[in-house]
Ligand binder design. Structure first.
Ligand SMILES: *[C@@H]1O[C@H](CO)[C@@H](O)[C@H](O)[C@H]1NC(C)=O
Ligand SMILES: *[C@@H]1O[C@H](CO)[C@@H](O)[C@H](O)[C@H]1NC(C)=O
Ligand SMILES: *[C@@H]1O[C@H](CO)[C@@H](O)[C@H](O)[C@H]1NC(C)=O
Ligand SMILES: *[C@@H]1O[C@H](CO)[C@@H](O)[C@H](O)[C@H]1NC(C)=O
Length: 281
């Protein structure tokens, strides 16, 4: 499934570079992407850590991210490596996919153990060229979780993003930031449905029509039931099938990179201990 999505993106990417040579979508969209139908609009100050990661020359690309320091953003490694390593801009301080403050990325820092096939190490720490306007109502850092905790079930996580919200084509990212609230499950439970779940993943139970979609990847799964809230997971769901029939018969899980596994690594990068990877601009 993920290969299909990547292929599709590649095709879109090529098409975006040279519209004259657009060869069209070879895959039926309704077979590969699902959508947040259950999302609700985020209000001012409710997810001030959310940022949009964009490439101005490539409007088909979008990822989410979370502010963890004045010039530091945590996202998925998928959003900041390979095809997407260059030209990244981070938009903060806004609930709309436009406006706010856009700042270029200085270094991407994908985790050295990132494997798209094994879904491990899917996390990056972006360093920006300058500070974000921290302290504005829609711009604040979220805390990192304590290191070395096991993912556990029964907690509410809040997922936010501007990803596709409709199966209508052409697909559009949402104008206003959306959220859904889901219940976490233990990895033992999640593994019964997703045998390939990695030891640094965590899951939450989604529902038909209440799930993430393309454009939400890299964004936060926040534990807002805690004071202060903390970043429980980074959205990395690779199998966008939430609107398919299968959801009627088996549970569908959102998958995250479990941030507790990477708290010390993130802190080391922010402290300049781990040498930062030179990031292309
Ligand atoms: C796309 O796939 C869906 C589900 O398999 C099908 O119902 C629909 O007719 C297909 N659309 C096109 C344009 O092929
Ligand atoms: C990468 O994985 C190896 C083997 O599991 C481990 O020893 C190493 O600490 C990991 N690297 C980081 C930066 O976590
Ligand atoms: C992630 O953390 C869990 C819980 O401490 C641990 O069992 C697992 O081995 C860790 N995985 C990685 C890849 O660091
Ligand atoms: C999806 O988002 C667009 C743009 O914000 C909006 O116009 C549309 O009503 C939304 N659709 C659904 C099903 O929520």
């Amino acid at each position: 499934m993920e290969k299909v999505v990547i292929l599709l993106l590649l095709i879109n990417y090529i098409a975006a570079i040279n519209p004259q040579e657009r060869i069209g979508r070879i895959i039926n969209d309704s077979e590969i992407v699902s959508y947040i139908y259950g999302g609700q609009k985020v209000n001012r100050g409710e997810a001030p850590w959310q940022v949009a990661i964009q490439i101005p020359e490539f409007p088909d690309f979008l990822c989410g991210g979370s502010i963890v320091g004045n010039k530091w953003v945590v996202t998925s490694a998928w959003c900041s490596s390979g095809l997407y390593a260059t030209g990244l801009q981070v938009r903060s301080n806004t609930l709309k996919l436009s406006g706010g403050n856009q700042i270029a990325v200085k270094a991407t820092n994908p985790h050295p153990n990132y494997s798209e096939e094994q879904h491990t190490g899917d996390i990056s720490v972006l360093e920006l060229m300058s500070d974000m306007p921290i302290g504005k109502p829609n711009c604040a850092a979220i805390n990192l979780p304590k290191a070395g905790k096991e993912p556990s079930g029964g907690f509410t996580v809040t997922l936010t993003g501007w990803g596709y919200n409709s199966s209508e084509t052409p697909q559009k990212f949402t104008e206003y930031l959306q959220y859904i609230e889901l219940q976490t499950v233990s990895n033992r439970v999640c593994q019964q449905t997703i045998p390939s779940l990695a030891s640094d993943n965590a899951c939450a139970l989604a529902q038909r029509g209440k799930c993430t979609s393309f454009g939400d990847r890299g964004g936060p799964a926040a534990r807002k039931d805690q004071n202060p809230p903390f970043l429980y997971g980074v959205i990395i769901t690779w199998d966008y099938t939430c609107d398919k029939e299968i959801v009627n018969t088996s549970p569908y899980y959102e998958v995250f990179t479990y941030v507790s596994n990477y708290t010390l690594w993130i802190q080391a990068i922010m402290a300049g201990v781990v040498p930062t990877t030179p990031g292309p601009i």
